[in-house]
Design a protein around this ligand. Sequence first.
Ligand code: FE2
Ligand code: FE2
Length: 250
Amino acid sequence: MYVIAHLSDPHLDGTEEARARLRRITSYVSSFSRPVDVVLVTGDLADHGLPEEYAEVASELSLDVPVLVLPGNHDVSSPLRTGLASFVTSPGEGHPVHQVRDVGGARFVLVDSTVPGADHGLISPDSLTWLDGVLREPFDGPLFVAMHHPPLNLRHPVMDQWKLEQQAPLAEVLTAKPITAILTGHVHTAITTTFAGHPVLGAPGIRSTVPYDFEPTPTTSFLDPTAHPGLALHVHSPGEPFQTTFRYPL
Ligand SMILES: [Fe+2]
Ligand SMILES: [Fe+2]
């Protein structure tokens, strides 16, 4: 059994509020009687992409298990690469921060879906060529594609301004590839859907939750900052269907 603790969107900004919400999740994961095989954090690690925020991210994610991170639209490539050098293995400099990481028999293809200075997502033609090549490499084991922006329309008037653009060419690359699941963040809500024939599993938002606009919120914002932070637990067992649960520890 292979267990992924999938976290997303801690948006650390030096405040006790943000730090406490992330610690609720990391302390929960650290309390398991069986260590998870990997912790994956799908972006918006820092709220403003500042070096001091990445120092905090590095400190809070110093866990006893492997930790993988990728950038979201609130992150900035260069300070992320510098501040999280012990977590990130990506060729080149600056943007994009693509990674291929093998952890305990599973492969994680961590795709940088961000556009510098913008909130929407886009995977450039060059990045799609890179991704296609990676997914054509022979690999015997569960393979996950992870990115910040989920390939879907959330049907939310605010979040869909910041969705992943140009989804069709990505679907072309992903179709018929041996992908166990696509793991995402950004929309601050637990998501299960499909894309290009694969499961898409989005982790809940740690910093806040985005309800649909027809759901109640405690403020006039589209965000609910009072909702419990959560995480996804993905479990892979050879010969069994892939399985996900969502947890909102108190
Ligand atoms: Fe976010
Ligand atoms: Fe985001």
